[in-house]
Design a protein around this ligand. Structure first.
Ligand code: 5GP
Length: 220
């Protein structure tokens, strides 16, 4: 029996989980928790031209590149999706970060904005699951941004001004969670992940399995 289950697991198609929400909703912390708790999810490290923040690591949080290097990736058609942020920085998801994992049943987690999520849905519809995190209140969001201590006052104001625009895309997402409590949100997302893994379209090994069941029934 365990043989069958292991085989089915191997032939599952991985899903792409995109988590988005305004800065300060806890996306980063939640993503880290999910990755820590589930070894079958890999984080898609994006390419960005933005400068690293204190504590951010090359190849872990982002691949930090120059504009020239970014242009090179564009010329090679290396991106699955890419976007120029309203802050003037550029971000892109490398194809190489995604396809090799999905095809061997490994799920991939993305931290990307709504424009990227939209591009991914267009390109890989059935493989993509999008989750939007809403803050419990705008006051709470400002508080979290200020407490994070990573952004200047000016940048916080800029982020706050863009929040309405960001939030207006909440209804393009498959799942929406109001992130009141990080632990509860992580548990909710883990449930989403479990459900999505069981979808027929992802269980590509089922066809062969059912064929065997039918043959067994006929021989019985
Ligand atoms: P930050 O600079 O604060 O890390 O990210 C700024 C925004 O860019 C966030 O909304 C984040 O989700 C988004 N982002 C990060 N990587 C990518 C990416 O590869 N593609 C897209 N479209 N957005 C990204």
């Amino acid at each position: 029996m365990t043989d069958i289950i292991d085989r089915l697991k191997k032939v599952r198609k991985g899903a792409m989980f995109i988590i988005e929400g305004p800065s300060g909703t806890g996306k980063g912390t939640i993503a880290k928790e999910l990755l820590k708790r589930d070894s079958n999810i890999k984080f898609s490290v994006s390419v960005t031209t933005r400068k690293p923040r204190p504590g951010e690591q090359e190849g872990v949080d982002y691949y930090f590149v120059t504009n020239e290097q970014y242009n090179e990736f564009m010329a090679q058609d290396a991106f699955y999706e890419f976007v120029d942020s309203q802050y003037g920085d550029r971000y892109g998801t490398l194809r190489s970060e995604v396809d090799s994992f999905i095809n061997v049943g490994q799920d991939v987690l993305f931290d990307m904005d709504w424009a990227g999520a939209r591009q991914m849905k267009e390109k890989a519809k059935d493989d993509v699951v999008t989750i939007y995190l809403l803050p419990p209140s705008i006051k709470e969001l400002r508080h979290r941004l200020e407490n994070r201590g990573t952004d200047s006052k000016e940048l916080i104001e800029k982020r706050m001004n863009l929040i309405l625009d960001k939030i207006s895309h909440w209804d393009e997402f498959d799942y929406v969670i109001v992130n009141v409590n990080i632990e509860e949100t992580v548990l909710k997302i883990q449930k989403i992940i479990s459900g999505e893994r069981m979808k027929r379209v992802r269980q590509v090994g089922l066809k062969g399995f059912v064929k065997e069941l039918v043959r067994e029934a006929q021989d019985d």
